[in-house]
Design a protein around this ligand. Sequence first.
Ligand code: MF3
Ligand code: CO
Ligand code: CO
Length: 291
Amino acid sequence: MNRNELCWCGSGKKYKRCHMDFDAKISTMRFSFLKGQSKPPHEIINNDRDVAGIKKSGVVNDGVLDLMAELIKPGVTTEQLDNAAADYMKKHNAVSATLNYGGFPKSICTSVNDVVCHGIPSPDVVLKEGDIINVDSTTIVDGYYADASRMYIVGGVTTPNAKRLVEVTKECMEIGIAAIKPWGWLGDIGAAVGAHAGKNGYSVVTDLGGHGVGKKFHLEPFVQHTGRKETGMLLVPGMVLTVEPMINEGKKELYIDEVDNWTARTKDGKLSAQWEKTVLITEKGTEILSS
Ligand code: MF3
Ligand code: CO
Ligand code: CO
């Protein structure tokens, strides 16, 4: 690209004033084949306008998750949570990314106890005291996606085991995000998460993971929550990805419900927890765009 042409990122600035130094830096780097190191494609680099768009979507998305904290109580059904989330999104000019996504029938995912993820809100799932539930919400505002999930303890109290799983899983997400450095590597995230989960006697789900997010729901790279430092894709400013570890009390294996084709449950029937944030990589570190 010529230095006086408009930059490929769509900022409207000349290349020389935008991503020219960025591209030059990447072109001088050596990528280790053995470590599976790769260059980030241009399609997943967001300009300032894109970041502002995702952030705006994130404000609504965080509002959905705040609302869930008020509603989750013994006796409430996950269908009621879905209805409230759908209303909230509508009121805030947002569309659910999950609704009709690959045939998913609801506006949020609600995953209770041994459900790892992709639980479908239902009038038949009645929350009871001590249940742990993950609500995963993704909003689209003006074409920009923001994706986050939190754990909630129904009635505020649960068993010590469940409480510890919820807390350690949150730490896993935080430690994973803290491992993200501009010009660092994707594998740094999984290495940090995996070590923390292992230290606590838990297993990390590997069948599913985080992802790039922004102008689409699921973009490169696939974010594994186990792995080795300095492996995988180079992390650069302008990338937006999710860190969303699914941590199991028992074994990591899961199975997909044969009837609904979505609900992922632990094979051993033990508890699973998950937390998720949408994270922007900046020149200096990271910024949370939805949580
Ligand atoms: N929000 C989930 C994620 O974190 C994806 C849910 S897809 C659905 O990537 F279809 F199950 F909603
Ligand atoms: Co999500
Ligand atoms: Co996600």
